[in-house]
Design a protein around this ligand. Structure first.
Ligand SMILES: [Mn+2]
Length: 362
């Protein structure tokens, strides 16, 4: 393991000999992963090298603050998908992981053969899944990856643009829970220097407010609007499918990405095999987001509903129909998405209906 100074010097050396540098954070990036990645991009560009940030997630499913930063800044940074990386990577490439050290948490986990050099900047503890490299600076004593990257930029005396100072401060802010934890004098010193570079505390706070509002809105939709139904086939274990609709105020209009996130979140629960979230995206259009694990082919179900997608992730739009009729239609289609659509379908059983008081909003 290198100390900070050795790592910083090694990083400079490796960037300078690399043909191009790929920067990657963890899947579903948060402010720290994104801020530190943008900071590293700036570092690589300052050494006049080609830089790419790999984010393979569908942007519509990202946290709103993260998505906002990406949407507003995508012209300034080369942000690429896995498939672009596969085309660009060669034996002279350097890969830098930031805010992550485990293979299973990066999108290119299965495409690392061509990479000869890997460096890691992180503040999470290591275990047997940590990617193997001796060129790493991983310290759980540091608040965030953004703090480390800020320090590197400051030590190299690289000019930090105001926008970047904001993104780095957002990263530190997130992982210290606004300086309530993991904060020492160096964290505050770096935050102070970012503020001196023009970081705007109001901008950073607003990013967090968007996260919170979206989180509350989707949680409310899920808690008040989800039923779970059990579908069974003769010999196979029953399949649990969740349906999320705002059942109290079914006409409520949500953003398309809210349904995607609601379905994603439901699928995280153990035992849920498929998740559908549906509702209005404007007065007469219903959007359905469907997610599943291995047992249900949601692409097939959605294609029956004039939508599309693959086994695990699909969606579709329906015009001028009643939301609960659409839900019933969907339930009927589910048998087509089961592993074997022989005539072994039983009436679905509702196994759980939860209603708790709604939040004021929505
Ligand atoms: Mn972090």
């Amino acid at each position: 393991m290198m100390n900070y100074k050795e790592f910083k010097n090694k990083l400079e050396e490796e960037i300078k000999i690399a043909k191009q540098v790929f920067i990657i954070g963890h899947n579903f990036p948060d402010f720290d992963s994104l801020g530190s990645a943008l900071g590293l991009y700036h570092l690589v560009k300052s050494f006049e090298k080609k830089a790419y940030i790999i984010i393979d997630d569908d942007f519509t499913t990202l946290e709103p603050g993260v998505k906002k930063i990406l949407d507003e800044n995508k012209s300034h940074y080369k942000i690429i998908k896995n498939e672009d990386y596969e085309k660009l990577v060669n034996k002279h490439s350097l890969l830098v992981l930031t805010d992550v050290n485990k293979k299973s948490m990066i999108s290119i986990e299965n495409n690392l053969e061509k990479i000869k050099k890997i460096m890691i900047i992180d503040h999470h503890s290591e275990n047997e899944l940590t990617l193997e490299t001796d060129k790493k600076f991983i310290s759980t004593d540091v608040s965030s990856a953004s703090e480390i990257v800020s320090r590197i930029l400051l030590d190299f005396k690289i000019k930090i643009p105001t926008d970047l100072a904001n993104f780095l401060l957002a990263g530190i802010n997130l992982d210290t829970r606004r300086f309530k934890q993991n904060t020492n004098s160096q964290t505050l010193d770096i935050a102070r220097k970012l503020l001196a570079k023009g970081a705007d505390i109001d901008y950073v706070n607003n990013l967090f407010l968007e996260e919170f509002e979206s989180y509350a809105r989707i949680s409310n939709l899920i808690i008040n609007g989800t039923i779970i139904q059990k579908y069974s086939e003769n010999s196979l274990a029953p399949i649990n499918v969740s349906f999320t609709i705002n059942r109290n105020m079914p006409k409520t209009i949500y953003k398309m990405e809210d349904y995607a996130k609601a379905a994603d979140r439901m699928l995280e629960f153990r035992g849920i095999d498929a998740a559908f979230a549906l509702g209005y995206i404007n007065e007469n259009t219903i959007h359905i987001s469907a997610r599943s694990g291995k047992k249900v082919n949601v692409g097939r179900i959605m294609s029956q509903m004039d939508g599309g997608g693959n086994n695990q992730s699909a969606g579709g739009k329906i015009y001028n129909q009643d939301i609960f009729e659409v839900e019933n239609l969907l339930k009927k289609q589910i048998i087509f998405g089961l592993p074997d659509d022989e005539d072994v379908y039983e009436e679905p059983k509702v196994i759980k209906v939860k209603q708790i008081p709604r939040l004021k909003k929505h």
